[in-house]
Structures are given as structure tokens and as C-alpha cells.
Design a protein around this ligand. Structure first.
Ligand SMILES: Cc1cc2nc3c(=O)[nH]c(=O)nc-3n(C[C@H](O)[C@H](O)[C@H](O)COP(=O)(O)OP(=O)(O)OC[C@H]3O[C@@H](n4cnc5c(N)ncnc54)[C@H](O)[C@@H]3O)c2cc1C
Ligand code: FES
Ligand code: FES
Length: 499
């Protein structure tokens, strides 16, 4: 249990690396390439899109006996987030006898690489997948590669190579991390706060510059709250899929960064009979699994959110707090009646997500306040939930518009209607006038004309980079009609209500 100021300690292939004197915004990729001279991981876009930089980040499993890995875009992850974790790069795959990993062998023998620029990222994405799924299906393979762009080979030989590699079996595919477990235990971060003589919490920095700027990585919500009271302008860092872009593309250098990735309480999902309480550090991959049965359309929207490395680091809270007009999770969460628990110091309050935004990228958070959890209701009897994201590409693309609709049928009429969109207003929002068109009517009575009229009076037309207003308005109307036309499947299928 150590915390050494200005030293980021992580495990790399059976050794502890101590990165000293690095900036709080140094990226994992820059550190790998410039300081460790591990140049296998490439920089293609520096914004999480191309996958040339994919690495695997490991943490001790719950039992402390092995390592769980997630794929990560090293270009947008900040080095201090690695403190207490382990890292595997394409160089890690070389065996002691110099032989290649089965995925590398297969890529070479199936001609899955031409210029080779994308290959290390592709190999790491596939190796990551095969740690938990040693014999993946074609769908699992294509999904795992949805964030890896190859401009010259074409994906067929890469798919063939993956299927060939899967013949090697789990033991051969497993990463060599036998020596890492004990080292991870050695550098494990403290799980309780430190106190000064007055009994006040002292949040130890991972990195502190000569000017006094800090990267802190608290272990408890109490520390986060305390630190934010003292430094209300500090930048919260969750999955870094927005902040990493701001660092690389806008050259922002936040004075103080508060990383939430080590706060165990924020990584939990609690549940009652009627809802889930999702901690602010729960990843989108985890949320996708959580809602897969109750709300399959929500899970599908999340499955098409970014790519596996993005989803395994990005959080629901980060998506909400970022507040992009085309943020994808918010229409679903609004239609489902999600509520945020906000915290400032030791005071908490609940705010409905639909009341959270006050304008484009503006919200009700006070200085020093943060999202602690997101409360997502479980399906009510007879509730039908539909959602769909329309984007130019199926995978790894941002919405033109995403629409989510929740309703029940009472005596064949639409009731309890909640409809929400992104892409139509400065922040994702519900659409009360369209809801009014639906309410009390049978699905077959809802007409395109009525919806068009409500759209025309609800929104200010504006063309965007991703779609014209005309296109968005058409999509907004047609998605509702499609949802109503398709046979409703209640989230918890109550035959009586649906009859
Ligand atoms: C390649 C790529 C693809 C993407 N694809 C999509 C997509 O398909 N759909 C989509 O909607 N978005 C997409 N995004 C945007 C981004 O991934 C999401 O907004 C993501 O959910 C942000 O979460 P994060 O945990 O990474 O946030 P971070 O980058 O860590 O933080 C984002 C913002 O939220 C704040 N914040 C984080 N946690 C809290 C908290 N608990 N309380 C208050 N404030 C907090 C941070 O200070 C920061 O301002 C994509 C991004 C990239 C790079
Ligand atoms: S360099 Fe393109 S995703 Fe990282
Ligand atoms: S082999 Fe050239 S980009 Fe994939």
C-alpha cells in the first residue's frame, strides 16, 4: 500500500515501472513511445478513433488471484491513471523463446497485414477479446474490431486469422502475466483515506508539479467530495474519452485533475426491487450488460457507442456530464426516467436527468458538485421501451439523431409516454408536444402529419455537420412511427396489458 508523490507505478511484463517527473497530462501512448521506446503502439489519430494505439490495461481480479484486462486507447489515456495497474502492449506478446503469440502468427500466415500500421492495435484488440472468449464468433470478432481501422488489408484476412488463432485454445492465447499478480499486490493503491493530525482527510497526489498542480486519485467518495470543496475548479476524470481529446486536440492542461477510477464505491451498481443505482465510474460496457435483458434497445444503442476500447473506459456519468447535444445515452435514460444523485461535500440531492441541462453543455452542477450515482428504474409492468440510433456508419460513429420511447398500452391506448431525442436541441431532451400527440391514442391512430406538426412547433431548425435539419426531422418522425408499427414487446412482457 504505497503512494509515492510524483511517481506513477505500474506493472509492465513482470516488472514495476516507476515513471517519475511526468506531467499530469502525459498520455500512456507518449510515455510508451518516448520514454520506454515501445514503439509498437502507433499514433494514427490521437483521438480514440483509429485503434492503432490499443493496449490492454489490467487490474487484479476481485479475488486478487489473477488479472482482468480491458482494451484501452493509449492515445487518450493519461499516464497517472495507470498507477496501481498493469499494462500489456504488443511487445508483451513475444514469448521467452522469441516466438509469436498465436494471434500474431495467424495474422502473418493469413496475410492479415500489409503496411502494418494498424496491426499492433488489431492484435491487441483480438488478444484482449480472446482472454475471456477464446473461441469467438464472427459477430464477436467484428464487434471487437469496430474501433480498429485498416486502410489497406481489408478485414476478410483479419477475420480468417482470428478464427485460425482461436484453434490454438485458451491456454496458448492467455497473456503471460504469472509474475504480474504479486507485483500488482505490491503496488496496490490505498483503499482508505489518509488523515492529518486534526483528523481531516488529506488527498495524496499521484503527480504534483513545481507549480502545485496535481493529479489525485482518491479511494473514497468522501475524499473526492472533500477535494472538490477545496478545489471547485478541479477537473473530474472518469474514462478520459472526452478529457483525453481535450488534452490532445485543444491542448487543455487542467490545473488539478481528480481521477475517479480508483473509487471503489463509484464502481458499484446497487439495486432495489424497482431500480439500479449506477456508480459514476461504472463503464458503458458494464451498463450494456446490466440493461441487456430489461432494455435490449438501450443495450444496442450502447453496443454501437464508440468502440470496445471506448466503451470499456467511458462512463455513463461522463457522457451525461459532458452533455453533448448528440450524447447517446441520454435519450434512453430520459425516456426511462433516470435520476441523478449529485453530491457536494456531504450534501446530496436528486435531480431528474430531464431537468439537468440548462443549455448547450450547461447543467445545474454547482462548483464542487459532482454526479455520484445514476438511478435507472427497472421496467414497470407492461412498459414498452424502444430506442434506435441513426448514424452514417453503423459502428464507431456519432448520432445524427437517437430517439427513445417508453410507453404502456392501457385499453389499447398509449399511456405513460416518455419520448426523448438527441441532435434536435442544444442538449438531449424530452419532446412534450410529441408525447401529447401520442398520449391517449391507439398506435394505429398516430399519423405522420400530427408528428410533423408537433416537430415543427417543438424545435428550432438548424443544420448540423452530421445531418441537415430536414433529415433529422424526418428521422425523428419516422422512428416514432416505426416503434409504434412494430409489435410491442413489454420490457417484462405482461400479456394482459399487451393483448
Ligand atoms: C472515439 C470516440 C467515440 C465516441 N463515440 C461516442 C458515441 O458513439 N456516443 C456518444 O454519446 N459519445 C461518444 N463519445 C464521447 C465520449 O466517449 C462519451 O461522452 C463518454 O461517455 C464520456 O465518458 P468518460 O467517462 O470518458 O468521460 P471523461 O472524458 O472522463 O469526462 C467527460 C466530462 O465529464 C466530467 N465528469 C466525468 N465524471 C463526472 C462526474 N462523476 N460528475 C461530474 N462530472 C463528471 C468530466 O470532468 C468531463 O468534463 C466518443 C468519444 C470518442 C473519443
Ligand atoms: S491513435 Fe487513433 S485511436 Fe489512438
Ligand atoms: S495493414 Fe495498412 S492500415 Fe492495416
Amino acid at each position: 500500500m504505497t503512494q509515492v508523490t510524483n511517481t506513477v507505478r505500474f506493472v509492465l511484463d513482470g516488472k514495476i515501472v516507476e515513471a517519475q517527473g511526468e506531467r499530469r497530462t502525459t498520455t500512456v501512448l507518449d510515455y510508451l513511445r518516448e520514454q520506454l521506446h515501445r514503439t509498437g503502439s502507433k499514433e494514427g489519430c490521437a483521438e480514440g478513433d483509429c485503434g492503432a494505439c490499443v493496449v490492454l490495461v489490467g487490474e487484479l481480479n476481485a479475488a486478487g488471484t489473477g488479472v482482468d484486462y480491458v482494451p484501452s486507447n493509449a492515445c487518450i489515456q493519461l499516464l497517472p491513471t495507470l498507477d496501481g495497474k498493469s499494462l500489456k502492449t504488443v511487445e508483451s506478446l513475444k514469448r521467452a523463446d522469441g516466438s509469436l503469440h498465436p494471434v500474431q502468427e495467424a495474422i502473418a500466415s493469413c496475410h492479415g497485414s500489409q503496411c502494418g500500421f494498424c496491426t499492433p492495435g488489431i492484435v491487441m484488440s483480438l488478444t484482449g477479446l480472446m482472454q475471456t472468449v477464446p473461441a469467438p464468433t464472427r459477430d464477436q470478432i467484428t464487434n471487437s474490431l469496430s474501433g480498429n481501422l485498416c486502410r489497406c488489408t481489408g478485414y476478410k484476412p483479419i477475420l480468417d486469422a482470428t478464427l485460425a488463432a482461436s484453434q490454438a485454445g485458451a491456454a496458448q492465447l492467455k497473456l503471460d502475466d504469472g509474475a504480474d499478480v504479486a507485483l500488482l499486490q505490491q503496488i496496490r493503491r490505498a483503499s482508505t483515506p489518509s488523515y492529518n493530525l486534526e483528523g481531516e482527510i488529506v488527498v495524496q497526489p499521484v503527480v504534483r508539479t513545481r507549480k502545485g498542480n496535481e493529479f489525485v486519485s482518491p479511494a473514497t467518495v468522501a475524499e473526492v467530495a472533500q477535494y472538490l470543496l477545496a478545489h471547485p475548479q478541479a477537473t473530474l476524470l472518469a474514462g478520459s474519452t472526452e478529457i483525453g481529446l481535450q488534452v490532445n486536440k485543444q491542448f487543455t492542461r487542467p490545473e488539478h485533475i481528480v481521477y475517479l477510477g480508483n473509487v471503489a464505491e463509484l464502481r458499484q451498481v446497487a439495486q432495489s426491487a424497482s431500480s439500479w443505482r449506477i456508480g459514476a465510474q461504472v463503464s458503458l460496457t458494464q451498463v450494456e450488460a446490466l440493461v441487456a435483458t430489461a432494455y435490449p434497445d438501450f443495450a444496442e444503442v450502447l453496443r454501437r457507442f464508440g468502440s470496445p476500447p471506448i466503451r470499456s473506459t467511458a462512463t455513463l456519468a461522463g457522457n451525461i456530464a459532458n452533455g453533448s447535444p448528440i450524447g447517446d445515452s441520454m435519450p434512453c435514460l430520459m425516456a426511462l426516467g433516470a435520476t441523478l444523485q449529485l453530491r457536494r461535500g456531504d450534501k446530496t440531492r436528486s435531480v431528474a436527468l430531464e431537468a439537468f441541462y440548462t443549455g448547450q453543455k450547461k447543467n445545474v452542477l454547482q462548483p464542487g458538485e459532482f454526479i455520484e450515482t445514476i438511478e435507472l428504474p427497472k421496467p414497470a409492468p407492461g412498459q414498452v421501451f424502444r430506442a434506435h440510433k441513426v448514424s452514417k456508419r453503423f459502428d464507431q460513429d456519432i448520432s445524427a439523431t437517437c430517439c427513445a420511447l417508453s410507453y404502456a398500452l392501457q385499453g389499447g391506448k398509449l399511456a405513460q409516454v416518455k419520448l426523448a431525442y438527441n441532435g434536435l436541441t442544444p442538449s438531449p431532451s424530452r419532446a412534450p408536444r410529441l408525447e401529447a400527440v401520442l398520449h391517449g391514442r391507439a398506435p394505429t391512430e398516430v399519423t405522420a402529419q400530427d408528428l410533423d406538426a408537433a416537430i415543427a412547433t417543438s424545435f428550432t431548425p438548424r443544420d448540423g455537420l452530421r445531418a441537415t435539419w430536414r433529415y433529422r426531422a424526418l428521422v425523428a418522425r419516422n422512428l416514432v412511427l416505426q416503434f409504434l408499427e412494430e409489435a410491442p414487446v413489454a420490457a417484462n412482457a405482461s400479456k394482459e396489458v399487451l393483448a
